[in-house]
Design a protein around this ligand. Structure first.
Ligand code: PMP
Length: 439
């Protein structure tokens, strides 16, 4: 087992200043977090000197891995001239031009500082445009921490199993109960459901919020019939579609909606477009984006933000995105395909009760014989959750950081031998499980 003494020491220090010792709930601690010393391309080196292949990449943000030279250079050049201003800079125009040129649904853009903020302003924009208060969203999907975007993300079965349709209870204790009145839940890939639900409440619904491949809900492919039904019903009832591509923009040069045939009115982005610095973006049809203001009228939705469009994130994002050429996307796609196929072949060889989902540079391993098509299929029992913990631990021993219960991702500095490392770690894990009689 690798040494963790320095990480343990830091964790003890952290417990005196942070509730539970961490400053974000998403930090993995099993039993203590691994404190990072530095990153180098596809790899992380922790404070105890252990090296790990990083399949987390700060929750899929770092599409070029760590210390990507063009980003470091662009930021270093910029820092000498200041870091943020109340005035606009040319840098924000350049990143906006890049995004609008690539992503068909982004005719106009606004920058903010996180995916949470992007989703929040997209929902507010849809409300302002339609004059309607409520939203519809996919059961189990994660969209950041805005109250209305959160409700319905952590639905679980009751003691009698799943309800036919779970109510969108507010996500956390103390949230106003009224939030639930304004959030309607839909099931991913469920066509019948979507038509019935939206029709019944259509005059109150501003938008459907959908991640084309919801990661925490299972990282499942959207079925074309579902995309079609969603689009038609929304259009018929004047409901806007918000594609939350904070995570999945990394699936293609033109983004995930374009890849899956979805034509959203608004798109949210974040993560990769900031090159490793805080960012969020709301993009959309010119007509809808007018709620943020036009040259001659007061905005329906004034959106500001002290650090919005700060030039550091703008130049870093541009450097990262410029390097993501169509060829770079193709290469990641091919590596991802090889990895997913290899994992599936291992599962088939052992007859193990696992499956793999994902696309492009993203993958997720499920302790389920049949690959999930919606959240409820991907939901883990207590035993399955333990199995996944054992898998993450086993990968760690093999020198790989595999995110627990979320999307794992590849980065451009990865090479074939990195993929081989992941495949052999998975083989070893399956063999150990079979030998211990657990699988
Ligand atoms: N939407 C989606 C689809 C996400 O995956 C995330 C972050 N994982 C968010 C929104 C929130 O983004 P942030 O963490 O930057 O606030």
């Amino acid at each position: 087992a690798s040494v963790r003494s320095r990480s343990k020491h830091l964790f003890n220090r952290a417990k005196a200043v942070f509730p539970d010792g961490t400053t974000r709930a998403t930090v993995e601690k099993d039993p203590s977090p691994i404190y990072v010393q530095r990153g180098e391309g596809a790899y992380l080196i922790d404070v105890d000197g252990n090296q790990f292949l990083d399949l987390n990449n700060n929750f899929t943000t770092l599409i070029h891995g760590h210390g990507f030279a063009p980003v470091s250079q662009a930021v270093a050049d910029l820092l000498r001239s200041g870091t943020c201003f109340a005035n606009p800079t040319e840098h924000e125009i350049a990143l906006a031009e890049l995004l609008t040129a690539r992503i068909p649904a982004m005719e106009r853009v606004r920058f903010v500082n996180s995916g949470t903020e992007a989703v929040m302003f997209a929902i507010k924009a849809a409300r302002a445009f339609t004059g309607r208060p409520a939203i519809a969203r996919i059961e189990g999907a994660y969209h950041g921490a805005y109250d209305w975007a959160e409700a319905g993300q952590g639905v679980s079965p009751g003691k009698d199993g799943w309800t036919p349709m779970s109510v969108a209870t507010p996500a956390y204790r103390g949230t106003p109960a009224s939030v639930a009145d304004e959030v309607h839940l839909l099931r991913f890939n469920d066509v019948e459901d979507i038509e019935a639900r939206l029709r019944a409440v259509s005059d109150r619904i501003a938008c459907v919020l959908i991640d084309p491949m919801p990661s925490r809900a299972g990282l499942m492919h959207p079925e074309p019939a579902f995309i079609e039904a969603l689009s038609q019903t929304a259009r018929k009832h004047g409901i806007l579609i918000i594609a939350d591509e904070v995570l999945n923009l990394r699936q293609a040069y033109a983004g995930a909606s374009a890849r899956y045939g979805l034509n959203p009115d608004l798109v949210t982005a974040g993560k990769i477009i900031g090159g490793g610095f805080p960012i969020g973006a709301i993009g959309g049809r010119e007509e809808v984006m007018r709620v943020f203001g036009t040259e001659d009228a007061k905005p329906l939705l004034p959106q500001g933000g002290t650090f919005s469009a700060n030039p550091v994130s703008m130049v870093a994002g541009r450097a990262a995105m410029e390097a993501m050429t169509p060829d770079a996307f193709d290469r990641l796609e091919a590596m991802g395909e090889r990895l997913r196929a290899g994992l599936s072949a291992s599962i088939a060889r052992c007859g193990a009760s696992f499956s793999v989902t994902g696309a492009a540079s993203l993958f997720r391993i499920h302790p389920k014989r049949v690959a999930p098509v919606e959240y409820r299929d991907a939901y883990l029992s207590v035993e399955e959750a333990w199995l996944m913990r054992r898998m993450s631990r086993s990968f760690l021993e093999a020198g790989i950081l595999l995110p627990y219960g979320a999307a794992a991702c590849l980065s451009t500095p990865m090479v074939d031998s990195d993929i081989d490392l992941v495949l052999s770690a998975f083989d070893e894990f399956l063999a150990a499980e079979i030998q211990s009689g657990k699988e």
